[in-house]
Design a protein. Structure first.
Length: 461
């Protein structure tokens, strides 16, 4: 198994160690939403809290430090350093080694779990990770468990942070938590009832030395689980992402998820004819969630009723409008090639692709070319990667490079034919011109609705 330790042995090794150190002096690194949630939870626990950010806010009522790296005074007599998920370890670990050699590091996610299992030992926790599909799987699983009568919190990397929730609300009985690879880097393991890895494809290779290291980090989601607990995995995982042999492994069969019913595990069938999530890739996500729900006793009938009520998450192959017989879908969350390919291959019709943005390091566009060759009618390209994508995609379909989202929607409308789909699946990050993928998706929806106001036929909402 590949080893990758960006904390150079300085991560806290257990939930107990995190709890113990979180009663002393703690430095929270990164003071965005996750960091502030950690501050609130630590204050509730009675810790001596201080904060660091390169551009620190001034309204927190605690000692706050700024600069490119934490200054010596920020680390003075610190017992624990809590990192927000987006903070690169290399910004902090060298300073820790020099100024706080006895301190240990953890993340907001692990801090939240350490507190949760202390105040609610009977909690049932379900963890979900993967390169793509983890948010939808988390979302669907939470709905299935709520339908069974459980009081469920869904969050983590998706939605509210665990620490912020625990700082302000009483702990619940059931938690469905999405975990990113960054969060799993400091995750020491917990007695989760089940864990899911939806898939592992190349991503974040600017942070990880290779795919094996990235996959091994994803496999940390299984750490701390008791023998015999459930591990649900998508097909074809790289071997470093595989669960330990003492867990019960259920691998999702991609040939069993299409059609009006799904076969889960060794024989349970769940009716999914009323499912509103679009595409084969989303059916794989649903199957992962169903495997967990069925395993813990949620009936197939309850699952079917709950699935009929599940709406797609924003910016994940979400329907926007139908204009002149063409359906427009927002999949702005497709920030890498693999995610865009999964969406496009999951469609049941010809499509016009809108793609482009800031390409992720090491992301090969070849699979995107192959997916467009199967059902693509044309491609409209925008953003930093537009010219590179145009050279690849222009060999197989007509392409148009445009300056902005309004022009992209207009060009896609002109290229599409009735019955087609127009899909924003950028295969790239949004940071070339947007703050995040959510803002990009909202801009796409705005441009679509603006185009709809001038359509020949009234738009279908």
């Amino acid at each position: 198994m590949a080893t990758f330790d960006p904390f150079l042995g300085r991560a806290a090794g257990s939930l107990d160690e995190i709890r113990h150190r979180a009663r002393g002096r703690v430095l929270v690194v990164g003071l965005g939403a996750s960091g502030r949630g950690a501050l609130e939870l630590l204050a509730r626990r009675g810790a001596d809290v201080r904060g660091y950010d390169r551009t620190p806010p001034a309204d927190l009522g605690i000692p706050v430090f700024g600069g490119e790296t934490p200054p010596p005074e920020a680390l003075e007599r610190v017992d624990l350093v809590v990192l927000s998920p987006g903070v690169p370890p290399e910004r902090v670990v060298p300073a820790m080694s020099f100024h706080a050699p006895n301190a240990r590091a953890t993340g907001e996610f692990a801090l939240g779990l350490a507190h949760l299992f202390e105040v609610r030992p009977d909690v049932e926790a379900f963890l979900v990770t993967g390169t793509n599909g983890k948010s939808t799987t988390t979302h669907v699983l939470a709905h299935l468990l709520e339908a069974s009568g459980r009081d469920v919190f869904a969050g983590g990397n998706l939605g509210p942070s665990l620490a912020a929730h625990l700082a302000s609300d009483p702990p619940r009985h059931t938690y469905v938590l999405e975990a990113s690879s960054f969060q799993l880097e400091t995750y020491p393991g917990a007695p989760a009832r089940a864990a899911v890895v939806t898939n592992v494809t190349p991503d974040h290779l600017d942070r990880y030395p290779d795919l094996a290291a990235y996959a091994a980090t994803k496999a940390r989601v299984f750490a701390g689980m008791a023998a015999g607990r459930l591990a649900v995995v998508g097909p074809g995982l790289p071997s470093p992402a595989a669960p330990p042999d003492d867990l019960r492994r259920v691998e999702i069969d991609p040939n069993a998820v299409d059609g009006p019913s799904m076969r889960i595990g060794t024989g349970t069938t769940v009716e999914v004819a009323a499912l509103r999530l679009v595409g084969h890739h989303n059916r794989m996500n649903v199957a992962c969630a169903l495997a967990v729900a069925v395993d813990i006793g949620v009936s197939p009938e309850t699952c079917a009723e709950a699935l009929a009520r599940v709406e797609p998450l924003p910016h994940r192959c979400a329907f926007v409008a139908r204009i002149d017989g063409v359906d427009f879908y927002d999949d702005s969350k497709a920030t890498n090639v693999a995610s865009a390919v999964a969406t496009l291959r999951g469609l049941d019709r010809t499509f016009v692709l809108i793609a482009g943005g800031r390409a992720k390091p090491g992301d090969d566009p070849t699979p995107l070319v192959d997916a467009v060759a199967e059902k693509g009618r044309a491609a409209v390209l925008v953003g930093e990667s537009a010219e590179v994508l145009a050279r690849h995609l222009g060999r197989i379909v007509p392409v148009d490079v445009v300056p902005d989202m309004d022009a992209a929607v207009a060009a896609a409308r002109a290229m599409a034919q009735p019955g087609d789909a127009v899909v924003l699946a950028p295969a790239a990050a949004s940071y070339d011109r947007y703050r995040n993928f959510e803002e990009r998706g909202r801009d796409f929806a705005r441009a679509v609705h603006a185009a709809a106001s001038h359509a020949d036929t009234p738009p279908h909402p």
